[in-house]
Design a protein around this ligand. Structure first.
Ligand code: HEM
Length: 512
């Protein structure tokens, strides 16, 4: 031990516990104050607009995250401070006209695409390889190439009968409930159908049987809790990686640890079973990957473990949200519902004519879905903002240094009067050439994100949403029950929207 250090701690040796604690507390306070002053006045992000409190410490934005209010908070901050806001010491939110290209684009000649910020990635090491949400640029591009055959036009054509089977079963079960005179939570049925579809596409069989049994599968329930816990972890990690480590090590309740280990075990079993079968005649993702991968480029078992949960949840909860929200907004806007009804019911002679290709010929329904995703995007915030890499980048005229993270939040952009006239109103006509809306900034409508990390399931997501809504509206007159009248108001957001039951009464349409 050096003499200087011994001299420094010397007086402390004879101190009481209270004095030592007071000393430690004062030291931490002094460090905290110094850091806060640095963050506000000297940090490279100091010139950016935004509240000083948010620049000082990650606590304010972490609190909004933990309360499920973050989409509303971002919107409030942008309304006050403009298209670029510093929302945390190292975090920037932007909503400028060219930001999707600048931040999410391929950034040719500017150091390449930015990856998702690894500070937000949880449990990177569970499977020995990262999931796509956690991978660096090279690994992400590799896995994306390996997955591409499962998401091609050819694949979606061959997957259509599988998708239709689950949606038709959902319509049948809803018909049974309506025949019993029961009102139903239609949102739950859309979740069940979309989880059944993705479960089958990822694991090769009807693993969840939610629609068949009309009940949740525990794997799905646990998956959904990961969204919420992911947000809490993100908030804790922002405050201090130590706080997160301590929480995970010492405070994870046993019930949660047990659920996690069941979830992990089941994922491994399901992936092992599907990978062992190799290429089959079933049009699931693995069949396309196995038949089209070049030698030595096949997705490994570990990569599939790491991505299975992400593929199932990313592809189901989003579609269910888009479908239920569009239905709700049509129900709240009876003229729009009337137009959608007329369009759908006059286009088809029977329910079996409602195919993936046929629904592309329903302009009003397509406009209603886009309008719903503008007002209430299924992925409301950039839950995985991009990490700014070496050299930094310039956004909206501000230099963002390496080490910062930056995100674009669809909930902010879509509801901004700056970009969309009557932004909070549901007006499908704006997508159909209505001249009152010609100056809307359509290029900023990016519910599936943009650039090399955008949604790989865009075609499948659009197709499922269109078919679900077309079949629902073709088969039933839908009435919103009073208890769901304010269904959208105050939904909380933990990466996914926490949606209350959407209770409706369904009356079968005669002859459908
Ligand atoms: C209405 C439906 C959907 C919406 C609104 C949606 C939206 C999004 C968004 C905003 C992202 C984030 C991209 C980013 O970080 O920039 C994403 C990523 C992703 N989505 Fe979707 N999605 C939908 C349906 C689907 C479907 C059906 C699948 C099928 C499995 C899917 C699979 C994925 C995957 C795998 C990623 C990660 C892509 C990557 O990292 O390369 N999504 N989605």
């Amino acid at each position: 031990m050096s003499t200087e250090f011994t001299q420094f701690i010397g007086p402390l040796r004879n101190s009481s516990l209270t004095e030592l604690l007071t000393f430690a507390f004062s030291l931490l306070l002094a460090l905290g104050i110094t850091k806060a002053i640095y963050n506000v006045f000297l940090h490279p992000l100091a010139p950016l607009p935004g509240p000083k409190l948010y620049a000082m410490s990650p606590i304010p934005i972490s609190l909004s995250r933990a309360q499920g209010w973050v989409p509303y908070k971002f919107a409030e901050l942008h309304e006050k401070y403009g298209p670029i806001v510093r929302v945390g010491p190292d975090e920037v939110s932007c909503a400028g006209p060219s930001d999707f290209k600048e931040v999410y684009g391929p950034r040719y000649g500017k150091g390449g695409p930015l990856t998702r910020d690894p500070r937000n990635a949880m449990s990177k090491d569970t499977f020995g390889v990262p999931s796509m949400f956690q991978a660096d640029v090279q690994e992400h591009a590799k896995v994306r190439r390996q997955l591409n055959p499962a998401f091609s036009e050819k694949a979606s054509r061959e997957q259509e009968p599988l998708v239709m089977r689950y949606i038709d079963s959902m319509i049948e079960k809803l018909g049974d409930a309506s025949a019993r005179g029961e009102s139903v939570d239609v949102e739950k049925y859309t979740m069940w159908a979309t989880f059944d579809i993705q479960g089958d596409l990822v694991f090769g069989e009807d693993v969840f049987k939610c629609i068949e049994k009309e009940q949740w599968h525990p794997w799905i329930r646990i998956s959904m809790t990961y969204f919420t816990s992911g947000v809490y972890m993100h908030a804790l990690n922002d405050i201090s990686p130590w706080a997160l480590w301590i929480w995970q090590k010492f405070f994870t309740p046993k019930s949660i640890a047990d659920a996690q280990s069941y979830h992990l075990r089941t994922t491994l079993e399901l992936v092992d079973k599907r990978m062992a079968a190799g290429k089959t005649d079933h049009p699931d993702y693995m069949s396309f990957i196995a038949s089209e991968s070049k030698a030595g480029e096949m997705l490994t078992k570990e990569q599939m473990y790491a991505n299975a949960q992400m593929l199932v949840t990313a592809g189901s909860e989003t579609v269910a949200t888009a479908s239920a929200t569009t239905l709700f907004l049509l129900l709240k806007n009876p003229d729009a519902m009337e137009r959608a009804k007329q369009e759908i019911r006059s286009a088809f002679a029977s329910a079996q004519d409602i195919t993936a290709t046929a629904v592309t010929q329903l302009p009003y329904l397509l406009a209603a879905i886009d309008e719903s995703m503008r007002i209430w995007p299924p992925v409301a915030t950039s839950f995985n903002p991009r990490a700014v890499t070496s050299g930094g980048c310039t956004v909206d005229g501000y230099f963002i240094p390496e080490g910062a993270c930056i995100g674009i939040h669809n909930h902010v952009v879509g509801r901004s009067e700056e970009y969309f006239r009557n932004a909070k109103k549901f007006v499908p006509e704006r997508w159909l050439g209505d001249e009152r809306y010609v100056s809307d900034a359509r290029e900023l409508f990016q519910p599936f994100s943009s650039g090399p990390l955008n949604c790989i399931g865009l075609t499948m997501g659009r197709m499922e949403t269109r078919v679900i809504l077309a079949k629902l509206i073709y088969n039933f007159d839908v009435e919103l029950m009073p208890e769901s009248d304010n269904w959208l108001t105050n939904q909380k957001n933990y990466i996914a929207w926490h949606k209350p039951p959407l209770i409706v009464k369904l009356s079968p349409v005669r002859g459908a």
